[in-house]
Design a protein around this ligand. Structure first.
Ligand code: DC
Length: 242
């Protein structure tokens, strides 16, 4: 019950904003979720929002013959309503126009189209505005690709997570198998590398480390160890925010 100590409690009353960015499947979400829970902050998965838009485009015939109809998608953006709710286990679920799409948006056919959709500037403008609104009150940990550079450039703590590509592919593959989804290691690795390439090279807010971000390479450390490192950074920033 450390937080009962008055001096610690004083620090915890002051909430900061935490941005967690990095490559695909490097453990950002796990870290961001655990860090938010430990600090009593709200966790927001910005990638889920781009995935939900992608699912919307797929379901509404905006991706046909391997071609994304950007104009049609842009014209429909007002009809795409995304929100998050916690399920009975306290896990955030993504809703698209009132329907829980949490499982669907993680499937490979969505992953294959999410980077091109996320590269459309108009899509990004709408998503970024919604993300900034969600983080207005601070006390959030948001993970994504451009959180430290574009969404919250003034975040008190910016963490850039990396891991070796083979480690990332293995984690993603294991995750898919554990959910009972069919997975092919080569396909998973190729998809990761292709997404990284598009995410880093797009014109609008590409994936890159913010100059003032701290790097966390988790290739060879456990989840608990990475959480401890990030928590220590967060406590440092919370204290210096006073
Ligand atoms: O974190 P993720 O793998 O669920 O993200 C899915 C895709 O969305 C990813 O390939 C890039 C994109 N994305 C983005 O462009 N900006 C963000 N802030 C978050 C995700």
């Amino acid at each position: 019950m450390v937080f009962d100590l008055p001096h610690i409690k004083k620090y915890m009353d002051k909430k900061i904003t935490i941005a967690v960015d990095g490559f695909s499947s490097c453990g950002k979400s796990t870290l961001a979720k655990q860090l938010a829970a430990k600090l009593g902050y709200v966790y927001i998965d910005s990638g889920a929002m781009y995935r939900a838009v992608t699912l919307y485009a797929l379901r509404n015939n905006m991706i046909v013959d391997e071609e994304l109809d950007t104009k049609k998608l842009i014209a429909s953006l007002d009809d795409v309503k995304i929100h998050f709710e916690l399920n009975a286990n306290g896990e955030p679920q993504t809703f698209l126009n009132g329907t829980n799409v949490e499982r669907e948006i993680r499937k490979i056919y969505v992953s294959q189209w999410v980077s091109p959709v996320a590269a459309v500037p108009e899509v990004r403008h709408v998503m970024v505005a919604q993300q900034q609104k969600m983080g207005e009150a601070k006390g959030v940990v948001m993970d994504g690709r451009d959180i430290g550079t574009t969404v919250f450039p003034n975040a008190e703590l910016k963490i850039f997570v990396t891991a070796e590509v083979d480690v990332r592919a293995q984690r993603r593959y294991d995750e898919m198998l554990s959910k009972g989804e069919p997975a092919d290691m080569n396909e998973v690795k190729q998809n990761l590398q292709e997404r990284d390439r598009i995410d880093q090279s797009r014109a609008e807010s590409p994936l890159r480390k913010a100059d003032d971000a701290v790097v966390l390479d988790n290739s060879h450390i456990t989840r608990d160890e990475q959480l401890q490192v990030a928590y220590d950074w967060a406590m440092e920033r919370i204290k210096s925010a006073h």
